[in-house]
Design a protein around this ligand. Structure first.
Ligand code: ZN
Length: 115
């Protein structure tokens, strides 16, 4: 009896959800935050660290939402140490206000003709 159950692996690009705005997209534009085994919360730009991870857009608006409502802490199931919180806030402060919109300016159905 073949007991090998093939894990369902979608072939398309894996999608991640920003914990702040709940937008789903390919990893591009999102940064991984990881809870280390020591209970620290760190940015994980490489996405390779072990531990529970969450994704947030590289945008101030999303970071503020993620930190303000402690969504990040909830997502990672950890109380974010003040020191790490400071670091994340500093990171957020250096980001553009809104998610980078790479060549996708035309989304949604608004027609805004102006001459
Ligand atoms: Zn977002």
């Amino acid at each position: 009896m073949p007991a090998t159950k093939r894990p369902l692996r979608p072939k398309h690009v894996p999608l991640r959800t920003c914990i702040a705005c709940r937008t789903t997209e390919a990893k591009r534009g999102l940064v991984r935050v990881v809870r280390t085994p020591e209970g620290r919360v760190e940015l994980d730009p490489t996405g390779k660290h072990n531990g529970r991870g969450a994704y947030v857009h590289e945008a101030r608006a999303c970071w503020e939402a993620a930190l303000k409502r402690d969504r990040l802490g909830h997502a990672l199931k950890v109380a974010i140490p003040a020191e790490d919180m400071d670091r994340l806030r500093t990171h957020a402060a250096g980001l553009p206000a809104a998610p980078a919109d790479e060549g996708q300016k035309e989304r949604g159905g608004t027609d805004d003709h102006q001459r």
